[in-house]
Design a protein around this ligand. Structure first.
Ligand code: CIR
Length: 264
């Protein structure tokens, strides 16, 4: 069944810049390999396009090493787009860079003005509500400002908490269909998904939790066979995308795109 939380006509991506080697990371496991990251990025875009969607590919932004992780710059809802206010100081300027592109698709553009901060990686839009996880990047004031805007557009927003040490709420979960969430056990244990159908990420494969449902496909990071098999058994169509280079910067499938359907 198609649903606005899983089915989209458009996506926006941004190509990685050479400066990506200076991207933020919690633990340094070595510099990402740009050529390999570019190849994975192209495979990701091809997978999005294979569903029939239009993908807008933005050029690299060398001044912002993390700018390929476009998801953090905005929240796209059917009624309009909300430009985020990233909590990482080095990423603050990325949001304004995204605004003109979104203005070409949405009549309504709202801005998080601050002083609070909020990043798109902390927001999961399900078939029922908008879940927003407080984290080291998303604070109470940022959640409150976003909530006021989204509520004005008719959305129910629920504040939850990202586990300590986890970058973003969606680092640990993904929407598979309007009522089904792929989640790590450590996040689901908080009870934040009670009432949803939960598919557990396999023990030891926590990095598989960040996937995206995009139209009839699930874009899934390569290298997590037990979680992949659980999703295949549950009946999802999967495409595996290499994520080893983005993972060095704590990035995953959701971070690499904004997904939306413009209102005619
Ligand atoms: C950062 O620390 O901001 C980037 N290196 C990774 C951002 C990942 N974005 C996401 O999970 N939405």
């Amino acid at each position: 069944m198609t649903h606005p939380s899983t089915h989209f006509s458009h996506a926006i991506t941004r190509a990685p810049a050479g400066s990506v080697t200076a991207g933020l990371r919690a633990v340094d496991t070595g510099a990402p390999d740009l050529a390999r990251m570019q190849a994975d990025h192209l495979a990701y875009i091809a997978a999005l396009r294979s569903t029939g969607a239009t993908v807008v590919e933005l050029p690299p932004l060398p001044a912002y090493p993390d700018a390929l992780f476009v998801e953090d710059t905005a929240l796209c809802l059917p009624e309009g787009a909300i430009i985020m206010r990233p909590g990482a100081p080095s990423r603050l300027g990325e949001a304004a860079e995204m605004a003109p592109t979104l203005a070409g698709f949405f009549g309504e553009i709202a801005w998080i003005k601050g002083p609070g901060t909020i990043e798109g990686g902390d927001i999961l839009v399900t078939g029922r509500e908008v879940l927003v996880g407080r984290s080291a990047r998303t604070d109470a004031a940022g959640v409150a400002e976003m909530t006021e805007i989204a509520a004005g557009w008719g959305h129910q927003v629920r504040e939850v908490f990202t586990p300590p040490g986890v970058l973003h709420f969606k680092t640990d979960c993904s929407l598979m269909d309007a009522d089904t969430i792929l989640s790590t056990r450590r996040l689901a244990a908080s009870g934040c998904f009670d009432g949803y159908r939960i598919i557990d990420v396999a023990e030891g494969e926590e990095a598989a939790a960040n996937a995206i449902r995009f139209n009839d496909l699930v874009l899934f990071p390569a290298g997590f066979p037990r979680t992949r098999d659980a999703l295949l058994t549950a009946g999802y169509n999967l495409v595996e995308i290499g994520n080893a280079e983005c993972a060095k910067l704590d990035g995953g499938m959701s971070c690499l795109s904004l997904r939306f359907t413009p209102r005619p």
